[in-house]
Design a protein around this ligand. Structure first.
Ligand SMILES: Cc1cc2nc3c(=O)[nH]c(=O)nc-3n(C[C@H](O)[C@H](O)[C@H](O)COP(=O)(O)OP(=O)(O)OC[C@H]3O[C@@H](n4cnc5c(N)ncnc54)[C@H](O)[C@@H]3O)c2cc1C
Length: 262
């Protein structure tokens, strides 16, 4: 690994000021960033740790929403969100292994936007709001393809506001070697309708399955999507599964998520 400077500001304003330097990069849990630096795929000159900024950490209830600070670790979400939003807590508790959950953060996961990551499914599946130092971004506008987001250079996620659903669940078909989702589906039921978000399956990253949302909004029952099938166009095909296999998993995992939500 190359040499770099490490700074740990205690306010968002101070972090953003350092990040104005084009050679600086935010650092959270390091679970993705450090391996990429070790492999020399990334060589920031200044790492700006966000973990000393108190206002960016923790889980709090705000009326009908759950606000999760960007530096909150997966383990903390699994513990602290459980009584407010059990489906989100359960998702966080399935990420990686205990070491990853102890260091990895919500903000790091969303900034990275790995096409097989779990949190993007919950964020898109609930229509959550991504709060940054500069603005608020609706989930529908945030995810812009594999490893691509609406974040500008130097912009940091400070928290995410999840509208708490009436019923919800995440069903993950585990890729056992990486522990990421081969296909994962987050289903959330609100008074206004049902949202279904799929991760791990598409070359375009996380996406909403509109046909399933329409069917489930008419009847929130796993049988109501039994006859649907997702097309395999644009699905990921690799040594772990064909495009057709992933398309099949989209329906199967959606049905499992609906059953779990009940
Ligand atoms: C073995 C292993 C298994 C894993 N399994 C899973 C899994 O099952 N499901 C899953 O979803 N994930 C999984 N992950 C990924 C894990 O969730 C990481 O925590 C996540 O990808 C990155 O979060 P981090 O906090 O470690 O970010 P870092 O590695 O510190 O940073 C990642 C990127 O985000 C940027 N960044 C960090 N925080 C912010 C912020 N607040 N605002 C703007 N940019 C920011 C950094 O500059 C960097 O580009 C796994 C990782 C490993 C190593």
């Amino acid at each position: 690994m190359h040499n770099f400077e490490f700074v740990k500001p205690s306010t968002v304003a101070d972090a953003v000021a350092v990040l104005a330097n084009a050679e600086a990069q935010p650092f959270a849990g390091g679970q993705t960033l450090i391996p990429s630096m070790k492999a020399r795929l990334n060589a920031p000159e200044i790492l700006v740790s966000l973990t000393g900024i108190a206002e960016m950490n923790g889980v709090r209830r705000d009326g009908g929403a759950l606000v999760v600070g960007a530096t909150t670790t997966h383990a903390a979400v699994a513990r602290d969100a459980a009584s407010h939003f059990p489906a989100l807590a359960a998702l966080a508790g399935q990420i990686g292994d205990p070491a990853v959950r102890t260091r990895g953060t919500l903000g790091g996961s969303l900034a990275n936007n790995d096409p097989s990551a779990c949190y993007p499914a919950a964020v898109l599946g609930t229509g959550a709001t991504i709060v940054t130092n500069a603005r608020e971004i609706a989930a529908d506008d945030y995810f812009q393809g594999m490893f691509t987001t609406a974040l500008d250079e130097g912009e940091i996620i400070t928290s995410v506001r999840f509208p708490i659903p009436e019923k919800a669940a995440y069903a993950k078909f585990l890729q056992p070697a990486s522990r990421f989702a081969l296909t994962g589906v987050f289903v959330a039921k609100y008074a206004s309708g049902v949202r279904v978000a799929v991760t791990g399956a598409s070359e375009g990253g996380v996406f909403r399955w509109a046909e399933a949302e329409a069917a489930l909004s008419s009847g929130f029952d796993a049988d109501s999507i039994g006859r649907l099938s997702h097309p395999s166009d644009g699905m990921i095909a690799d040594l772990h599964g064909t495009a057709e296999y992933r398309a099949h998993l989209v329906r199967v995992m959606t049905q499992r998520a609906v059953r779990a939500a009940h």
